[in-house]
Design a protein around this ligand. Sequence first.
Ligand code: B12
Length: 180
Amino acid sequence: MLRECQLKQKWPCLLGQDMLGLQYSIHRPSSFINCHRTDLLPDWQFPVSSLMLVLQPSTVALNKLTPDTEQQKQLLRRRFLHLSKRLIVHLKNEGYAAERFDPKTGQPYYSRAGSLRLDDVAVVHSMLGYRLIPCGDCRLIEHPVWGCGVFPAVVVSTAPPGALAAIADRVWHGYKTTAS
Ligand code: B12
């Protein structure tokens, strides 16, 4: 089920996965990611060729620190780890390197952490242009529909964007998450 933008290899390409209740988009890495790859992923030998943004709606606005926001963040983190694991296994089976950044810390999940953690909000802002909102000592991203009730996360790979899109489509299409 390749979308027009995929067919035309136009990146970024906003793809939705309604069944999984998330949005994901696929991009070429930004200059920041290319310039700081060794700070972010010191053990990676090859350049990052593609980056996937995974956005999940939160049932509560995340601009507060309450038991509900913390519970929601934990649930959405677990869900991202569950869904992205499948994707990364398939990418590796096809010979590509892949990594996901822990949305809680900004550090790589499988490989050794570097001197820089990935700022998911800065990545979403630079890739999709969504608004940045200062909040206490932190910064939030504002989704055009979900507002600040959005939970961002990032996957990177040596796979070209087209291959990542095709594998994500295959892995996630019709897949019903059991992690709830
Ligand atoms: C560290 C952090 C905090 C710190 C503060 C940030 C700080 N000053 O370091 C603390 C613990 C205070 C915090 C608090 C909160 N946080 Co906070 N925080 C994070 C975390 C883990 C990292 C953000 C970060 O790296 N900031 C570093 C910035 C502030 O540094 P900087 O020098 O200004 O900029 C550098 C970076 O941007 C860096 N960089 C790194 N990667 C990249 C990539 C690109 C493309 C660019 C351009 C730059 C860049 O380069 C810049 C120059 O060196 C993210 C999760 C993540 N993985 O991104 C969550 C996150 C941003 N926080 C979040 C939230 C919701 C909060 C809270 C508002 C509420 C809550 N329920 O937790 C509270 C605020 C409470 C309050 N009232 O103060 C959410 C935001 C969700 C959303 N809708 O956007 C996130 C995404 C976590 C999550 N997944 O839910 N947070």
